[in-house]
Ligand binder design. Structure first.
Ligand SMILES: Nc1ncnc2c1ncn2[C@@H]1O[C@H](COP(=O)(O)OP(=O)(O)O)[C@@H](O)[C@H]1O
Ligand SMILES: [Mg+2]
Length: 510
């Protein structure tokens, strides 16, 4: 007789139901697993055999065949140990097939029968929930993460014996959590870097506030020591808290990447990913032989910070263009392609020239014009087109640093304005499936970024004068929309368009 046990496998960020079929045949004792298993599933054979024996049960002394169906889906990871063991225990008569019919099982077994945590639990549970599965057994360490899915019974088990006992006499208590508590807790979080410690730099600070409010990309150009890195670090402290839907989406990403900590099962902070220019293209974009989300996906709904941006290999910068436009990245595989979300804010910092002191008040720039133009050309026009806010950050002299009194405004003050502007956007776009102005498509720009005749004339003049592309035109309108939202103004006024233009024209030739 063949018995079937339900489990699941992840592809991209989605999960599919997998049926673990167990058949025990007469013949020479053996243990085969079929259905495109990768190496870790083959190792499952040894783990399952030992775990069953060490939990006090017998392993069938016959020919055992396990099939993971559907066979054409590539399955990875060790989360099939538990369902395989359950199938074998059904064969042995320890568990009844009838009783486990509407249950699913996920978990890696160690040789002594204890259950180890696995990656990707939240997407697995959400996938199974969608398929109508009501009861799911997971390793105890993954139980809280699993329970984030809501409306499904999660049973966290310490070991294989716990699962068996649950169906006999000692039932496991389902794990239930209050998801909103995690989100409220995160509102109290503290930040190390605060804008109250940044002197002067009003223009850059204002631009960062606009970037945070509308989810816009931004580039800071300035001499070494002008505070670019410092301000980038402060940026995290003015980002709005995550919406629940965003928190769950991010948790899925961090879960499949194995980056969730067990004491923080829900991602409650917007990610701030500072990436070094020596990072590999796969590491930044995502991919590899068994594809994993890259930094642009780990920065989803948060910030991807590229310090010393011109030092990044040109090919890496160029592949950023497509996700910057689409908010997602498609990784092509032999049989199927995987889509990962990548709606990140790009925050870049760079020197104005190779020596770093072009335009500095005190130090003389030693670069030739050719060197400067070659340096700047490392960021291509199409890439710059996608960076809505471009600001110069002049270095403060030692005297200025000593004498400027810092403004009393804290990050928390700025954050309040950012949150207010985000609320306005969320309300306006509640039926459009987006959260911020930066996500507006051309069609939605026409609907939500109407400007009066004077503003339109102003923009037209700028388009001609600075030879702006159509893409830039759209982005100026989105930026003006955010500036108007920060101003609590329903209409985009001329002053908003003028401000938006000012962030486009600095630091670029055309
Ligand atoms: N506007 C500023 N206010 C306060 N400190 C500053 C400012 N600009 C620079 N500094 C100081 O200089 C240090 C170097 O700044 P940094 O952010 O590393 O510069 P950059 O990345 O532009 O080279 C900072 O850690 C900070 O101590
Ligand atoms: Mg720096």
């Amino acid at each position: 007789m063949v018995n079937k046990v339900t489990s699941a496998a992840v592809i991209g960020l989605n999960a599919y139901k997998v049926s673990v079929e167990t058949d025990v045949l007469n013949g020479l004792p053996g243990f085969a697993i079929v259905g495109l298993p990768d190496a870790s599933i083959n190792e499952a054979r040894d783990r399952v055999r030992s775990a069953i024996k060490n939990s006090g049960f017998t392993f069938p002394a016959k020919k055992v065949v396990i099939n993971l169906a559907p066979a054409d889906l590539k399955k990875e990871g060790s989360n099939f140990d538990l369902p395989i063991a359950v199938g074998l225990l059904v064969e042995e008569g320890v568990l009844e097939e009838e009783k486990i019919k509407d249950c699913a099982f996920i978990g890696e077994l160690s040789l002594d029968g204890t259950l180890r945590g696995v990656n990707g639990v939240l997407p697995l549970i959400l996938g199974l929930k969608e398929e109508g599965v009501k009861n799911i057994f997971v390793p105890q360490v993954n139980a809280v993460e699993a329970a984030l899915a809501g409306n499904v019974n999660i049973f966290g088990a310490m070991c294989l014996g716990d699962v068996v006992n649950h169906f006999a006499d000692v039932q496991i208590k389902p794990t239930i959590i209050d998801i909103n508590r995690y989100l409220t807790d995160c509102a109290k979080q503290e930040y190390i870097y605060d804008f109250k410690d940044v002197k002067g730099q009003q223009k850059a600070k204002r631009a960062l506030e606009i970037a945070a409010a509308g989810g816009h990309n931004m580039l800071m150009t300035g001499s070494p020591g002008s505070g670019k890195t410092l301000m980038a670090k402060c940026f995290a402290s003015i980002l709005p808290p995550l919406e629940l839907s965003e928190a769950l989406e991010l948790t899925k990403i961090y879960s499949i990447s194995g980056l969730l900590s067990s004491d923080e099962p829900l991602m409650t902070k917007r990610p701030f990913r500072a990436v070094h220019h020596t990072a590999s293209a796969n590491g930044i974009i995502g991919g590899g032989s068994s594809p994993k989300p890259g930094e642009i996906t780990l920065a989803h709904r948060g910030v991807l910070f590229l310090d010393e941006m011109v030092e990044f290999p040109r090919n890496v910068l160029e592949v950023l263009r497509q996700p910057l436009e689409d908010g997602e990245i498609v990784i092509s595989r032999a049989k199927h392609s995987i889509k990962y979300p990548a709606k990140f804010m790009l925050l870049g910092a760079m020197n104005p020239c190779p020596c770093g002191y072009l335009g500095d008040k005190e130090k003389q720039c030693t670069c030739s014009e050719f060197q400067i133009s070659r340096y700047k050309s490392r960021l291509s026009g199409p890439l710059l087109d996608r960076i809505d806010l471009q600001v110069e950050v002049p270095r403060l002299t030692a005297n200025e640093l000593l004498n400027i009194v810092p403004s009393a405004e804290t990050s928390s003050d700025i954050r309040k304005r950012v949150i207010k502007a985000r609320k306005i956007q969320a309300e306006r776009y509640k039926n459009e499936g987006i959260l911020t102005n930066s996500e507006l498509t051309s069609k939605l720009i026409k609907k939500y970024c109407q400007i009066d005749k004077e503003s339109a004339d102003l923009l037209k003049t700028a388009v001609v004068k600075y030879q702006l592309s159509g893409r830039r035109y759209d982005r100026i309108l989105k930026l003006a929309r955010t500036i108007a939202d920060l101003d609590n103004s329903e209409n985009i006024k001329q002053t908003h368009v003028m401000q938006a233009l000012q962030y486009r024209m600095s630091n670029q030739s055309g």
